[in-house]
Design a protein around this ligand. Structure first.
Ligand code: C2E
Ligand code: CA
Ligand code: CA
Length: 448
């Protein structure tokens, strides 16, 4: 059975209507909860397979909304054709399908089913019959091991998708041991302490000019080495800082530390441009402009020597306030970059309004481009887009020579990635600047 139509959401993206004729989120969840209730009574197993389409918004941008709708329709038809009669299926987010496998004899059968569904979605075609390589990741959560409500199961399946993506697998079973730490309050206090007691450190990763083959700048990336807990990555503590009122002092610290460091780097490389990341909540704060102005003054830095990176999804969280702040920053003369471009939910309409100078192509497209012609096409489209909007384009996540070469010949302006240089602590980065092939011409101090 498939449940009737309704309205649903997927992350930030609202699904007001589905072109697929499948159940929408709310109806799928209601039917799943009902099924869960029955399974509880009968003591049987049920599994939810959540499927996420990689980069669906980019498919929208490249092929247009109607073609993208027809792609979704084909996918829905395929899922319908392989699911068992008794199972529930839904199109529960713009880029998400879910199938609930009822009365399972064994949880392992869920993996077989996920595999079957993913295989059925091979060779999706455009209107002209040409195949389009759609990448999917699936997460599987089983009742009762991973949860006993529709919400809990979907949350676990969603987390499993994240793991599948990170480990380059088609699908992944949820893992109870990966529950987030519920006792965050201690960590928050330690983070507060870390900001004032300089347990934080900035690493610097080179950004290079691919066409002229020289250093262009660096991105400052924060690190926390806690004496108590060891190394904690920014993906873990930045959201914590955002949720606990610590993001402002943290941003103030990164901005000032990065600008102070860039004074030293410019002695070696006068055209150096320092990039600092800003997170979603600071972007909506108008005081941010004052804070940036003050930091530039303190470190006697020309505004165009500072680049601020904001993710596309951070802007989209609160587009109006973000655009206002970005306009204010641009007025100061600061350069602006849209980070993780291609993964957020901005439309061309917004892109036109964003007062930015640079598009930073997300590494998920860059990493795959040497082996996947569709990723390469998407990257080329973004480079062309940048050219048409008179924006400079940088690719992040360059991990090998082939990708570097490919991007250069595609006309990409700038590049960043492990192949060029990893994020490095201050001293190591200074050595890199002195000795790298990207600074062979133009150093203002003889290399040591
Ligand atoms: P991001 O801004 O997208 O930064 C790029 C991430 O990709 C960095 O991870 C970097 O180390 C990694 N990376 C760079 N080149 C490669 C490559 O070739 N291959 C692979 N696999 N990875 C590469 P990192 O340092 O863990 O930072 C994660 C995220 O944390 C950043 O993503 C950024 O959103 C956030 N972040 C880092 N520092 C700050 C900060 O000072 N303030 C704020 N608000 N956010 C920060
Ligand atoms: Ca960044
Ligand atoms: Ca990025």
């Amino acid at each position: 059975m498939t449940a009737p139509h309704t309205t649903g959401t997927s992350g930030n993206s609202r699904l007001m209507d589905t072109p697929t004729g499948m159940a929408k989120r709310a109806d799928f969840l209601a039917a799943l909860d009902e099924a869960l209730h029955e399974h509880q009574q009968q003591d049987t197993t049920l599994a939810v397979v959540l499927l996420n389409i990689k980069g669906f918004r980019t498919i929208n941008s490249i092929y247009g909304y109607s073609a993208a709708d027809r792609i979704l329709q084909q996918m829905a038809d395929r899922i319908e054709s392989v699911r068992r009669q008794q199972d529930l299926a839904g199109h529960i987010g713009v880029d998400e399908f879910a199938v609930a496998l009822l009365n399972l004899k064994s949880p392992h059968l869920a993996e077989l089913a996920a595999n079957k569904i993913i295989t059925s979605l091979d060779e999706i075609c455009l209107d002209d019959g040409s195949p389009i390589d759609i990448k999917l990741h699936a997460g599987i959560a089983v009742f009762p091991e991973h949860g006993s409500t529709s919400d809990a199961l979907l949350q676990q399946a969603d987390r499993a998708i994240y793991t599948a993506r990170e480990t380059y697998q088609d699908y992944q079973m949820a893992d109870n041991s990966q529950q987030p730490d519920a006792s965050n309050s201690g960590l928050v206090r330690e983070l507060e302490h870390a900001i004032t007691k300089s347990e934080l450190e900035l690493y610097y990763q080179p950004k290079v000019d691919l066409q002229h083959k020289h250093l262009y700048g660096a991105e400052a990336l924060i690190r926390w080495n806690s004496p108590k807990r060891g190394f904690i990555g920014p993906d873990e503590f930045i959201p914590l800082a955002e949720d606990n009122g610590l993001i402002f002092p943290l941003t103030l610290w990164s901005l000032n530390t990065a600008l102070r460091q860039s004074v030293e780097i410019r002695r070696l490389w006068p055209d150096f441009r320092m990039a600092v990341n800003l997170s979603a909540s600071t972007l909506a704060e108008i005081e941010l402009i004052e804070l940036v102005k003050r930091a530039l003054r303190t470190w006697d830095t020309r505004p165009d020597r500072l680049m601020i990176e904001v993710t596309e999804s951070a802007v989209m969280k609160n587009p109006e306030a973000s655009i206002e702040t970005l306009r204010g920053l641009r007025k100061l003369g600061v350069r602006l970059s849209i980070d993780d471009f291609g993964t957020g939910y901005s439309s061309f309409g917004y892109l036109k309004q964003l007062p930015v100078h640079e598009l930073k192509i997300d590494q998920s497209f860059v990493k795959g481009m040497a082996s996947d012609v569709n990723d390469a096409r998407i990257v080329q489209t973004m480079i062309n887009l940048g050219e048409n909007f008179e924006l400079s384009v940088i690719a992040e996540g360059i991990e090998d020579e082939e990708t570097l070469y490919q991007l250069t010949s595609m006309g990409c302006n700038h590049g960043q990635g492990y192949y060029i240089g990893r994020p490095m602590p201050r001293e190591k980065f200074m050595d890199w600047v002195r000795n790298s092939e990207w600074t062979r011409t133009g150093l203002t101090e003889p290399s040591s």
